[in-house]
Design a protein around this ligand. Structure first.
Ligand code: TRP
Length: 336
């Protein structure tokens, strides 16, 4: 009883992550770490956005293993599958179904303004498919099905959240109160993690230089080696400054992991060189990620339990999704 009332009064949060390759320290500090802290305060729905992944060509066996591994990482982080709703997007067919509906309430012109579509179609000029274009309608469906109050998104997804809000408002204006219009959630802490080799670029798993990014599942040795090689500048002072993007990136990472402020960190490394600082950052990151990797190794080796948990999540999710979907269908005039 008590739990039900608590759940009813908690604000709702929804977020999804694509299973595209190795998740990085950037995904962790920019998004996933916050997912963990939000699970106490909010009623959270978290999904692996596998349908989104095929807007670029995927190798079947690799996609499958990435879907498993992304779900396993969510569990390994300490996200509680009982408390939260955690599932794989394609297991809840209402996502694709509502996306179709919403795409008919989305204008070609407004979709054409999406900067990610422009970037991705430049990058994959041989495969500018309709799914890549319509992707924000699917993302809008992911969101609107669960009526979240907040959607935590990074800067690159803000435009997609805005179009989801526009679609919701437009639909509600025609049919009445069907969707909740969600607010973006800007986490209190969190870092925008840049490449360790070129701190003017975001850390990305698609970067050919493997030393530029750290995977959540990297070994301690690899992590420390990558931080030792991180590009800095010719000064020797550990100090936050726009003119020192390499050191500032490391400061941001160290701060996000340890919870220390920039001033505290600057004091801690006063009189010490970059070598000491890079080692300290590498060790702090490795220590933070080690238990996640250990938990992951256990979880991924028990496929039966993994399956039980993603089925449980899909069941919980679908119960909510179905209600919203049918309400929208009914309003539009379909025979149910
Ligand atoms: N498009 C997001 C990304 O690439 C992932 C995503 C899919 C998402 N559906 C979502 C994020 C719904 C937030 C809410 O990062």
């Amino acid at each position: 009883m008590c739990q039900i009332t608590e759940k009813d009064t908690k604000k709702k949060v929804l977020s999804c992550i694509q299973p595209s390759g190795m998740l990085t320290l950037g995904n962790y500090l920019g998004a996933l770490k916050n997912w963990v802290s939000m699970q106490e305060e909010f009623d959270c729905t978290y999904a692996v956005a596998d349908l989104h992944a095929i807007t670029v060509r995927q190798e079947p066996a690799k996609l499958r293993s990435q879907i498993y591994s992304t779900f396993a990482i969510m569990l390994a982080l300490g996200l509680d599958p009982e408390k939260n709703t955690m599932f794989i997007q394609s297991h809840v067919p209402e996502h694709a179904q509502l996306a179709w509906l919403l795409s008919c309430y989305t204008q070609f012109g407004e979709m054409s303004r999406m900067t990610q579509f422009k970037d991705k179609s430049a990058k994959h000029a041989d495969n500018i498919n309709v799914g890549l274009f319509a992707y924000p309608a699917l993302m809008a469906a992911d969101i609107l099905l669960y009526k979240p109050d907040f959607v935590p998104v990074g800067a690159d997804q803000k435009q997609h959240l805005e179009i989801a809000r526009d679609i919701a408002v437009r639909f509600n204006n025609i049919y009445g109160d069907v969707f909740t219009v969600p607010e973006p959630y800007i986490p209190k802490t969190g870092a925008r993690v840049m490449s360790l080799q070129d701190p003017s670029k975001k850390m990305s798993k698609s970067d050919e230089n493997v030393n530029s990014w750290v995977a959540i599942l990297d070994s301690k040795d690899d992590i420390i080696r990558k931080f030792k090689r991180a590009v800095t500048d010719s000064e020797t002072v550990v100090r936050y400054s726009q003119d020192k993007p390499g050191i500032s990136n490391l400061l941001g990472i160290y701060s996000a992991v340890t919870g220390k402020s920039n001033e505290q960190i600057e004091r801690e490394f006063e009189g010490k060189g970059y070598g000491d600082f890079k080692l300290a950052v590498g060790e702090a990151v490795a220590d933070e990620l080690a238990p996640i990797k250990a938990a992951y190794d256990k979880i991924i080796s028990d496929k039966g339990e993994l399956e039980r948990l993603y089925r449980l999540g899909a069941d919980k999710a679908e119960r909510v999704a179905r209600k919203t979907y049918f309400k929208a269908m009914k309003k539009v005039g379909f025979v149910l």
